[in-house]
Design a protein around this ligand. Structure first.
Ligand code: AMP
Length: 305
């Protein structure tokens, strides 16, 4: 046997090293920063799936050093939310992250991130107004505190990691809009990349929360993407109103009452009533069994897709 063959075979890393403290993270990044390496950051709450991995691979392709953060951030969960049962499997996450190309995983404890407790951050970052008082932050549902939790923890991660590029998923469309706005308005020196939603073969948007679905609800959950497709078709063929009606019918047929199914301007999230010259997001949120699921489709005018 040719031993050179073995020597030349690239070996996959077994697991990405997990850094627990801000000090460890700073130390690990110091050299890269000193050498002017491009740092990519992929913030996650773990329980990785192909959606997360697509972000890590994109970061790997563009950056010298890829950092994934793994932190189930308590401040973005509401009182009735699923913080306590949020799925976790760190050993698997570290392995998958390494295989997808992450160099480091920052996986701090809640105490490390919030030394005075999750409610102890007196200084917080908040995108105010209409972007954070609608949809996933509707005051009757989770409220603007949800996005305050998101923007505050993402700002902390940006300050800790100092990434050149940070990667987010279109799956959480409103989150991406809010973070772009935060970065623009506060001049964070980071480029935001938003990558397409990765789906299961039957159309269901991948989500860590899909783990909550039993077999029947897993089947019903495919209705969300079908409803969005019906809405897009209807909007292109007739009107946005007809499209949304078609989407609602699709959901109703599966016994799903959405928290919202709405059309919004893709940049400003202002309500839109007609497909004109700007990209429109059609967004849906619904409880399916034990999971609250969200999904969306980006409808670009005059594009048949
Ligand atoms: P999470 O762990 O759910 O907080 O997600 C971490 C990042 O992965 C966020 O930027 C999400 O938008 C993104 N993400 C989650 N699900 C998907 C998906 N199905 N496709 C693409 N990106 C995703």
């Amino acid at each position: 046997m040719n031993s050179n063959l073995l020597a030349d075979t690239p070996r996959l890393p077994v697991a990405a090293p997990a850094l627990r403290t801000k000090a460890e993270l700073r130390a690990a990044l110091a050299d890269a920063r000193g050498e002017g390496q491009a740092i990519g950051l992929v913030p996650t709450m773990g329980y990785l799936h192909e959606g997360h991995l697509s972000l890590i691979r994109a970061a790997r392709a563009e950056c010298d050093l890829v950092v994934m953060s793994l932190f189930v951030n308590p401040t973005q969960f509401g009182a009735g939310d699923d913080l306590d049962r949020y799925p976790r499997d760190e050993a698997r996450d570290l392995r998958l992250a390494a295989e997808a190309g992450a160099d480091l995983v920052f996986a701090p404890s809640v105490e490390e991130v919030y030394p005075e407790g999750p409610g102890g951050c007196v200084a917080q970052v908040e995108v105010t107004g209409s972007l954070t008082e609608i949809l996933d932050a509707d005051p009757e549902q989770r409220g603007p505190e949800h996005f305050r939790g998101v923007t505050t923890v993402v700002a902390k991660l940006f300050n800790l990691v100092g990434p050149d590029v940070a990667y987010f998923g279109q799956k959480d469309a409103q989150q991406a809009v809010v973070i772009r706005r935060m970065v623009g308005d506060l001049d964070f020196p980071v480029r935001i990349e938003v990558l397409p939603t990765v789906r299961e073969p039957d159309g269901l948007a991948m989500s860590s929360r899909n783990a909550y679905l039993g077999p029947e609800d897993r089947e019903r959950a495919t209705t969300l993407s079908r409803a969005l497709q019906a809405a897009e078709r209807g909007a292109r063929a007739g009107s946005l109103g007809m499209g949304l009606e078609a989407g609602r019918r699709e959901l109703a047929a599966a016994g799903i009452e959405p928290e919202y199914l709405q059309a919004r301007d893709a940049e400003t999230l202002a309500r839109v009533h007609a497909l004109e010259d700007r990209p429109v997001l059609i967004l849906v949120a619904a409880e399916v069994g034990a999971a609250r699921l969200i999904d969306n489709v980006l409808v670009r005018p005059n594009k048949t897709s």
